[in-house]
Design a protein around this ligand. Sequence first.
Ligand SMILES: C[S@@+](CC[C@H](N)C(=O)[O-])C[C@H]1O[C@@H](n2cnc3c(N)ncnc32)[C@H](O)[C@@H]1O
Length: 255
Amino acid sequence: MSLSLGFPRARHEFARLWTLPGVYAPQEDTCLLAEAVRSEVAPGTDVLDMCTGSGALALYAARRGARVTAVDISWRAALTVRLNALRMRQPVTVHRGNLATAEALGPFDLVVSNPPYVPAPDPGLPARGPARAWDAGNDGREVVDRLCAAAPGLLKPHGTLLMVHSALCGTDRTLQRLTAAGMRAEVVDRARIPFGPVLRSRLPWLRERGLLGPDETTEELVVIRAGAPAAPTPRAIREPHAARDTHRPLRRIHP
Ligand SMILES: C[S@@+](CC[C@H](N)C(=O)[O-])C[C@H]1O[C@@H](n2cnc3c(N)ncnc32)[C@H](O)[C@@H]1O
């Protein structure tokens, strides 16, 4: 794990977390999002950590007094959050599932998410394995787009979505999707980080697709904040059930 950005508070908290094998350990994207979460959470805030992984953001919010629900498609992640919540003595409600699961549990004041967002040579989503934490189809938007569409239905009136992703999967597209879903969306933070091992392993493919220039050696992370309208918006797109994310055949796992 590399937590090189200057987020001492989040970095210190996340360093204490356990992660079972195959579960995403908190990284720069987690830390960047935590900074934004800090200013949105107050005691009693109803928070959903969608795509929770180790539960880093869920526990970060719980420690600040929020009532937190954590959802992840991976049973290893769900178990990891439960273990970390027990160790940290924080009450977090954990569910293994997807956006449809979360929709049934909401609505929430605040939805935070660090979803898979890395463009991948294989279309669709991995059925299992560590790559499920980052691979998100050819344009990296398989889960991001579903989250944008589902966000109004996950939130209470005036609720807030905070999501982090790489600019590689299209910052403007996310802003447009959220606006189309009836939300007021903006970028509230950005950070440049060196390529990690996953991006390095597919640089020729990313350059061939025009997602990266020949001399680029860093990627930009963005935190997007979107506000729900005053009245609930009809849920535009639903994931029918968790199996929707698991219909793809098993693929090679990138370290
Ligand atoms: C980039 S990791 C983020 C983990 C953690 N929130 C963090 O910031 O450190 C993405 C997580 O999303 C989960 N995931 C992938 N697709 C999902 C889906 N459709 N529904 C729920 N969780 C999903 C993965 O299992 C993984 O734990």
